[in-house]
Design a protein around this ligand. Structure first.
Ligand code: UGA
Length: 442
């Protein structure tokens, strides 16, 4: 017997919207609350404010069933509410610490608006100890009974729905057994293993997981650099390592580093959290440094190739921090285009989905093309920044036909090296031998 609850999810970013939609899909009645009226109006019509494959279909289905609704009104949302999920952002402050202003505002709004006993579930990534702080903070503002549960999120943008329904684990952190059991029952229909901890451990599991994955990426990128110097091939090395179950096959793709709204922010936040405890998290600081170097790797390679980039016209293919998302946060394309322009190059770019967001964050002088082919037309060289399917499917002959200098720098190892042996083009990727048009692997 599934326990059906009336749930309110506060915040409709990636985490909030996906959580709300998924909870309604498994049978709960969900209201998603957001302060942005235009966004709420769109969502009520089944239009998603984020690009996430499959989400609109689920939104429409559950709106029609009457189990999913959207509102800007706390009063309306909190009527007879049993469980409130907080999924607002915890952005990075200038000093790298997490900014809790949105979460504190929501806590205040909850305290002033709840009328009956509720379970408050924290989905947002928050520094260790924040859940305890929220407990005290809300208690100081209301006499209504409530319980705090930490339920960190492990979904990836672009495959968020798949991750929600097929995740590896659900973490539930609570000091109160009754509250933990409610959240456990809410999640049971997902059929995913549930691991229960105390509040602080749950908060730490989230940071430690993201920091570990970021470490894997920086580690493989350092090995990739060594592979280039020692004439090994990172793809073979990563595959060979991945056979060992203790290492695992995933997150060993070398490339131009990690971006997005999570790894960069959470690694820096954890270094800061450690610092506050007078602990120097050396390893994680190195992971962050390696990633900075990695994000501009293609500029470094192009400079080595050309000597100077002055006057060169470079086509950037893919702008989002990874495929299947329109998210530009901390994308390598931002720092890469800035560096190219500072080096005197012209930049023309293309992304299948992220162009509108890219226009807001890339330097003004960057030109935007309507297709990959248009970007390549009259460019001297191309950089592959994001491994979109559309970009991986560009025939190699297109590059040699369109690019003036016939040189491709691939930051995501999209192509098989051997396919370049028959083409008149120089090809540089990450951690693998370069293919020069003289047809040698060097
Ligand atoms: C990440 C985690 O994977 C999720 O588990 C977590 O819930 C989420 O952060 C979060 O904290 O909200 P996400 O940032 O959406 O998810 O994207 P990932 O698929 O993890 O990729 C992050 C970055 O790492 C991308 O720039 C990607 O290109 C890069 N990456 C990933 C590599 O360079 N190599 C790899 O092998 C894997």
């Amino acid at each position: 017997m599934v326990l059906k609850k009336k749930i309110v999810v506060v915040g409709t970013g990636y985490v909030g919207l996906v959580t709300g939609v998924s909870l309604s899909e498994i049978g709960h009645t969900v209201i998603c609350l957001d302060i942005d009226q235009t966004k709420v109006k769109k969502m009520k019509n089944g239009i998603s404010p984020i690009y996430e494959p499959g989400i609109e279909e689920l939104m429409k289905r559950n709106i029609e069933k009457g189990t999913l609704d959207f509102t800007t009104s706390y009063k309306q949302a909190f009527e007879n509410v049993e469980v409130i999920y907080i999924a607002v952002g915890t952005p990075e402050r200038e000093d790298g610490t997490a900014d809790l202003k949105y979460i504190k505002q929501v806590a205040l709004d909850i305290a002033y608006n709840i009328k009956n006993e509720v379970v408050i579930v924290i989905k947002s990534t928050v520094p260790i100890g924040t859940n305890e702080f929220l407990e005290k903070y809300i208690s100081s503002l209301t006499k209504v009974k409530f319980h705090i549960v930490s339920n960190p999120e492990f979904l990836r943008e672009g495959s968020a729905l798949h991750d929600t329904f097929h995740g590896d684990r659900i973490i539930i952190g609570a000091e109160n057994k009754y509250a933990a059991s409610i959240v456990e029952k809410i999640n049971q229909p997902f059929g995913i293993e549930i691991f229960t901890t105390n509040l602080r451990s749950a908060e730490m599991i989230k940071y430690a997981s993201n920091a570990f994955l970021a470490t894997k990426i920086s580690f493989i990128n350092e090995i990739a650099d060594l592979c280039e110097r020692l004439e090994a091939n990172i793809e073979e090395v990563a595959t060979g390592m991945g056979f060992d179950k203790r290492i695992g096959k995933s997150f060993l793709n070398a490339g131009i580093g990690y971006g997005g709204s999570c790894f960069p922010k959470d690694t820096k936040a954890l270094v800061n959290i450690a610092g506050q405890e007078k602990f120097d998290f050396n390893l994680l600081r190195a992971v962050i440094e390696v990633n900075k170097k990695q994000q501009v790797l293609l500029v470094t390679k192009a400079k080595e190739y050309y000597g100077s980039l002055k006057g060169k016209r470079i086509a950037l293919l893919g702008l989002a921090f990874k495929p299947n998302t329109d998210d530009m946060r901390e994308a390598a394309s931002i720092i890469t285009s800035e560096k190219l322009i500072l080096s005197g190059a012209e930049v023309v770019c293309y992304d299948p989905i992220a162009m509108d967001n890219a226009k807001k964050v890339l330097p003004e002088v960057v030109e935007f093309a309507n297709s990959a082919e248009e970007a390549l037309q009259n460019a001297d060289a191309a950089f592959i920044m994001t491994e979109w399917e559309e970009i991986k499917n560009i025939p190699i002959s297109k590059y040699s036909e369109k690019l003036r200098d016939k040189v491709l720098f691939d930051g995501r190892n999209c192509y098989d090296l051997n396919s370049f042996l028959v083409e008149d083009i120089d090809y540089f990727s990450v951690g693998r031998p370069s293919v020069l048009s003289k047809k040698q692997l060097v």
